[in-house]
Design a protein around this ligand. Structure first.
Ligand code: NAD
Length: 487
């Protein structure tokens, strides 16, 4: 098998097999070939991982922040050195084009680990003065954190969760998606090589049942999940039993607002990348593109022209723009939404069906698809499709655009294209979203907090804000005057 790891899990600083667990395979979606055969973790291995995380966390938290930071920065360096090999595994596991995985996956993970490595020495509390005393706060680790990943950005998600967790002195048990189980194991190897103590970062394979155990187990202090809204609600429900901290990075149906005064080519680029990058499998994609009526025709023409130039192909070919969808389930789901768009009366500007790619007859390819004449009530305009399907609508005024953009339960991200500075800020303030991009789309530098509002999530990843979600504040009050009692 092309990407078989030494064993399925990584616990207590080493690879571990657990053959009693149910077997499953990772499939390369461009060919249908099995690239690795793994086992899901059993409850016995789960207990071993918990014991290892408890020991590892005590040792890790006892180190100075500077020392933890040094080790994390070393891990970031090793991850960068191994970028090519890890990108190839990521491409095999996800089907995403290597043109992307080389620059956006492990590379973003390394940036994140380096960033939190740099902050680790500066995690601190505050000092508060009173007439007869003072208080200070200590920012302490939470303990054992669980990370649960989605399949679209496997190593990036593992890094975005583990880097702030480890910087704060926590241990983590990470469960990658069962669809893309491989690169989290590479990250675990790298942490060990960099000097992270055994048990601090563990990887267990499994599906929803393991995710539910991680969410509800009393020995776990926090759970952070990246996944769909439905899964997020289940995780939050499980965490409620033991009042765990939760971070939820969930789905979206984000709007892009294109005003008539915008640089139309830039807006077309934003809409194209914000719908088709990673074959449309990005949570923050701007899948509802609202275009001011006077430029709508020109916008759609440019869009369809550019979409025709997208090269579908072998994901391992550096010239390929788009690979297949990640799995047969996702392929069927996306094709069913394309059918739904047609049957509900939207107009196809391009795409709309499965795609044939020469030499890859079993590949799960679909055409980049643009629907126009979309009504806000259509399911393609309301539900997250998680594939390369863009809906274009038109509008006549700012108020209308904002009202329709916000008429959704999601609130992950939004884009605004305009040359009017005041309008850009006005719209950024009014749109209900965790992240707003102005004259750009989908850029997520690790220094910037990222997360959703409404049903798209709770908490933030990245930026200094993430440290607050992986630590807790203890207040210590100290009297400097006499204690007084009224009786
Ligand atoms: P999913 O919800 O099916 O699965 C996500 C993870 O949760 C997987 O590891 C899965 O095994 C696990 N899981 C499933 N049931 C569980 C349960 N009952 N308890 C605990 N864990 C459980 O999502 P997916 O299909 O892997 O990913 C696509 C979704 O993820 C989309 O909705 C997308 O928008 C979202 N996503 C969000 C972000 C973000 O940062 N906001 C990033 C990427 C993907």
């Amino acid at each position: 098998m092309r990407a078989q790891p030494p064993a399925s899990h990584y616990v207590d600083g080493a690879y571990v097999e657990d053959e009693a667990g149910e077997a499953f395979e990772s499939i390369y979606p461009a060919t249908g070939e099995a690239i690795a055969r793994l086992h899901m973790a059993t409850p016995a291995l789960f207990d071993r991982a918990l014991a290892a995380a408890k020991r590892g966390q005590a040792e890790w938290a006892a180190k100075s922040g500077a020392e933890r930071g040094r080790i994390l920065r070393r891990a970031a360096e090793i991850l960068r050195e191994k970028n090519d090999a890890i990108s190839e595994i990521e491409t095999l596991d996800t089907g995403k084009a290597v043109q992307e995985t080389l620059v956006a996956d492990a590379a973003s993970g390394a940036d994140c680990i380096e960033y939190f490595g740099a902050l680790a020495a500066d995690i601190r509390g505050s000092h508060i003065e009173f007439p007869n005393g003072f208080a200070y706060t200590r920012r302490e680790p939470l303990g054992i954190c669980a990370g649960i990943g989605a399949w679209n950005y496997p190593i990036q998600i593992a890094s975005w969760k583990s880097a702030p967790a480890l910087a704060c002195g926590n241990a983590m048990i990470f469960k990658p998606s069962e669809v893309t189980p491989l690169t989290a194991l590479k990250l675990a190897e790298i942490y060990t090589e960099a000097g992270v103590p055994a048990g601090v970062f563990n990887v267990l394979q499994g599906g929803g049942a393991l995710g539910a155990m991680l969410s509800s187990h009393p020995a776990i202090d926090k759970v952070s999940v990246t996944g769909s809204v439905g899964t997020g609600a289940k995780v939050m429900g499980g965490a409620a039993e033991t009042t765990k901290h939760v971070t939820l990075e969930l789905g979206g149906k984000s709007p892009i607002l294109v005003f008539a005064d915008a640089d139309l080519d830039a807006a077309v680029s934003g809409a194209i990348l914000g719908n088709f990058y990673s074959t449309g499998q990005i949570c923050s994609n701007g899948t509802r593109v609202f275009v001011e009526r006077s430029v709508r025709q020109a916008f759609v023409e440019k869009l369809a022209e550019r979409a025709k130039a997208i090269r579908l192909g072998d994901p391992l070919d550096p010239e390929t723009h788009l690979g297949p969808l990640v799995s047969k389930a996702q392929y069927d789901r996306v094709l069913s939404y394309m059918e739904l768009g047609r049957s509900q009366g939207a107009t196809l500007a391009c795409g709309g069906k499965a795609a044939e790619v020469a030499g890859l007859p079993n590949g799960l390819f679909v055409e980049p698809t643009i629907f126009t004449d979309v009504d806000d009530t259509m399911r393609i305009a309301r539900e997250e499709i998680f594939g390369p399907v863009m809906c274009v609508m038109d509008f006549d005024s700012e108020d209308e655009a904002i009202r329709r953009a916000n008429a959704t339960d999601f609130g992950l991200a939004a884009g605004i294209y305009t040359r009017d500075l005041s309008r850009a800020h006005r719209m950024a303030a009014r749109v209900a979203a965790g992240t707003v991009w102005v004259n750009s789309y989908n850029l997520t530098p690790v220094e910037m907090p990222f997360g959703g509002v409404k049903r798209s999530g709770i908490g933030r990843e990245n930026g200094r804000e993430a440290l607050e979600h992986y630590s807790q504040v203890k207040s210590v009050y100290l009297a400097t005057g006499p204690e007084e009692a009224p009786y």
